[in-house]
Structures are given as C-alpha cells and as structure tokens.
Write a protein that binds this ligand. Sequence first.
Ligand SMILES: [Zn+2]
Length: 472
Amino acid sequence: MSYVKDLSDLIEARKGDTLRISDQVWEYAESRFQEFKSSAAEAEYMREMGFKVTMGIGGEETAFVAEYGSGKPVIALLGEYDALSGLSQEADVPEVKPIVPGKDGHGCGHNLLGTASMAAAVALKEYMDEKHLPGTIRFYGCPAEENAGGKAFLVREGCFDDCDIALTWHPGWMNGVTPSGSLANFRVFYTFEGLSSHAAGAPHLGRSALDAVECMDVMVNYMREHMIDDARIHYAIIDAGGTAPNVVQSRAKVLYAIRAPKVTQVKELFERVSNCARGAALGTGTKVEIEQVSAYSDYIACDVVSEQIQKHMEELLPIGYTEEELEYAKKFQNVITDLDRENLKATAKRIGGKDASKLLEQPLWDFMTYSKVGGKGSTDVGDVSWVVPTGQFSAVTWAAGTPGHAWQIVAQGKGPVAHKGTLFAAKVLAASAYDFLTDPELVKKARENWLEILDGETYPGALPPDAKPHIW
Ligand SMILES: [Zn+2]
C-alpha cells in the first residue's frame, strides 16, 4: 500500500535524528520521574518538528504531550524513556562491564520505545501536511513506566480523556501483537517504627522494627499457599534499620510488589498483605505505616487495533539483517545463562513446534510470532487501555533469548539490531495510526469492539486519591 511505503520513506529520511536521540536517551539513563534530560531531548525535537508541546502534564514534571493538527480523531502514540536502577553497562560488550557501577541503565529498551513512537508521530505529521489530512496526532512522553506506573497518574488526571485510539510497542526478541493479560500490580511501602536500645545491655527496653519486617515477610510467604496461582508477590527490604547488630533497630522498611491478573484480585491480596504487616506490628510492639505508591491495571487489547497492527507487521517483515548483525546477535546469545537458554528452547518449541531446532539456529527471530507474546509482567499501558481503545506490539531489538531487565539489554541498546527494530516499530506505528486517522468507521468499529470486551466494566483506577508521582 502506498501510504505504508510513503510513511516508511519519511521515517527512513529522518532516521539520523531518531537514532541519535535514542542513543542520547540511552546515555542519560534516567530512572523514574528523573527523566529531565531524556524528556527534554524528545520534547525539544518535537517542537522543532512543528508540534505544540506541553510539558509537565498530569502533575508529572517529566511528562509531556506533543500535538499536531486539530479536531477528531485524536490518535495517541505512547512513548517511554525511563531506565532501570543499577544496570549501568557499556554498549556492545558481551560481558558485564558497568560504565559506573551502581548507576542506572536502559535494561528495558525504553530509549528505543520512546523514540520509535516519536518518529512515527513526526512522519505522520509530515504526511498530514503533504496530503492535507485532518485530525490530531499526539505523542505522549510518559515517564516512570518502571516501578511507579507513571501513566496511571496521567490517566487519573484525565490526560487521555479525549483520545480515540492509543498505540504503542515494546522492544523485545519477538515480533508479535501483545495480547490482553499483563498483571495488575500495586507497589506498597511498609514502614515500621520501634524503639532503639542496647541489644545486649537492655534488650527488654527495645522493640525491633526489623523483627517486624521479618515476621511480616514470613507471614506473607506462608500466605502464598493460599492465594491464586497467577498472583505474584515479591519484596525488597530497603531499610534494615542500620548495620549494627548490637543496636535494636528502631526503623525498618520493606517495599512490596503485589500482582495478579485483575485489579480486584490485587486489592484483595493487598488487604491480606497489609494484615500481615499489622499482625507483625502488633506482635513485635511496633507501629506500621502503609503507603501505596503505584497501581498498574491489567492490559486490555482492543482486537480491532491489534488487527491493524498485525497487518502492517506482516507487510513490513522481515526486517532483514546483514551477516555482521547476525554475528553481533550471536555474540550476545552465546552469553545467556543456562536457565535463559532453557527458556529460549521452551519458547522455540512453543512457537516453532517441530521446527524448534531451526529457530534455535537463528540468533534473530525475523518473523511474526502468532502465538501469545505477553508475559507475567505489568505495564502501565494497561491503565491507558481501560480508557482508550489501545493496541501494542513487540518488535525484535535484541538477540533471541536475551533476558528481561538485564545488562545484556543495556549492552545491545545502541547496537545495529536495536536501531533496525526501532525503525521497524516506527513504521508499524505510523501505518496503523494512519488507518485510524483517515477512517472514522474504523475508529467507531474499534470503540464498539473495545466496549464489548470491557463488557460493562469501567477503569478500576486503584491509585489512592492522595498518591502523588514522586521520586522514592
Ligand atoms: Zn519496559
């Protein structure tokens, strides 16, 4: 179809800008709500390209929207640019080699994610100018996808209320449309306060907050037997009350992530975990403060949007790799752990069936994966999907088998495979957005399909009303 080619050409023509900004965001590697330079780099570019940019939307300093055009429909392209803590890593090196030990790194490829959506919006804008197309295109710069669910705050503040369709993608090692079913997820801090004392001289005068954390964790670990199989609960003790065993710890803090397929199920588990905390406080003579800082909703895929995405993925695949690129990917596939290799084999079997061994010979899976690509993770795209008919997909940006949230993703994040995958994603996004921008009937069909899937349910928005996006 000619518009797919035209939009692809526009994306290729600006690929220098796109990949430069992607590499820049990789270098900045800023984590949740601290993406000042990353958001500025993308916002500034959008301004230069003729978009109207509004910074700091939804109470988030590092969120922005870049808009072009006017009237209906309003098509939203979602971008992200936050990094992950502690994953600093040199580019292109197939071994653990932090640039600065302990610093942050792009372990989920969000440098690619944001710039592909941005490039798609720019190409569409140029095409709208050329063809005199009506409608509105928006690029949303969305902070803090990791650990804070930044989009849930934007949804709560109504930033997507007038959008008709939302589109996004995620880097990965498979090309496929994302099905419904990411896990809803709450993040909760439990802060215990006790009484300090000399642990040998006057232990009876102390009340240990660390004891309380340990008791709480033990109770939750027993609770696992009595919860639904699909739930996931994990915790990190972020303050153990100090480093001196001879001082009774008067403070301690643990951060919980509570996940399940539906928000209602997470709510129920949250209450039970909180009861473990209250019980632990009672038993240890301490006090507990409970603060929920984020809430991710499960993702609802709109089939009509997914179908358009799938059509364009099929049209634009294969990405096509050179020998050097295949070698580059092989170098990274060779260093995955034995457990990751087992996972790769299992995935190859699930996807390839009898042809699994053929897949395992390919370091880059340059084809469409029809079976489900979703995982047991969570995404705040889920929140958007409850208020706007949404579609998203995964595109190959690193070697098959690369583990998630790992140094290998950071290392491949500026490489040739990541770059090619980013441009491919931009083309799929631009072509899909064009379909909805130019066809009011298709927008209507998507909305009807989405309402049918929701079946009367409405956005479960589970953020406490007083929760604010903040750096913790
Ligand atoms: Zn991610």
